[in-house]
Design a protein. Structure first.
Length: 184
């Protein structure tokens, strides 16, 4: 079997992640599992890769360098191929961004830290699971605040200054809140 034929049989995965160390770890892990992985850190790089490759899978970080949103990347990838399985990873999980990611074409939304096993399980569970338990846990004030902040960030395309203005808080206060871990 030629190398070209072997590469054509490998599933192609786009990894859109601006954390180089995390991207390197995920890339190696997916390559060991037989994927051909292409890494990008910005939307423009994804556009260039799409001109040359047609991936069946994508892993997209929600928050990219600067104030860039991975949601635009999800939209671009889904528009390129509606059958592509796209998993969104984020350290800033919220209901608002999860809903938007799915509406834009993601098949799953995972909070970091997630590993290759979690991501592959998400790819394999793209149709959903009716057995997921519905819980009656009450939402805390801190969680509601966190979700409102991320909903506003998504509405403003992750523009921190505009989100702070809409939330009625100082930009530095918002930045401090975003730097903290989510309180459950």
């Amino acid at each position: 079997m030629s190398e070209t034929t072997e590469q054509q049989e490998q599933p192609i995965l786009f990894l859109v992640e601006d954390d180089e160390a995390f991207a390197r770890t995920l890339r190696r892990s997916f390559e060991r599992r037989g994927y051909q992985v292409f890494h990008a850190t910005r939307l423009e790089e994804v556009e260039a890769l799409l001109a040359e490759h047609s991936p069946g899978y994508a892993v997209v970080d929600l928050k990219l360098d600067g104030d860039a949103s991975g949601l635009a990347c999800v939209q671009l990838l889904h528009k390129h191929d509606a059958d592509m399985l796209i998993v969104v990873l984020t350290g800033y999980a919220s209901i608002a961004t999860a809903v938007e990611a799915v509406k834009l074409g993601a098949c799953h939304y995972l909070a970091k830290p997630s590993n290759t096993d979690d991501i592959e399980a998400a790819f394999n569970n793209a149709e959903g699971n009716t057995e997921v338990k519905v819980t009656g846990r009450a939402t805390s004030i801190k969680t509601l605040e966190w979700e409102r902040i991320h909903q506003t960030l998504a509405e403003t395309d992750f523009n921190i200054s505009e989100a702070a203005r809409r939330l009625g808080m100082h930009r530095r206060t918002l930045a401090r809140k975003l730097a903290k871990q989510q309180v459950k």
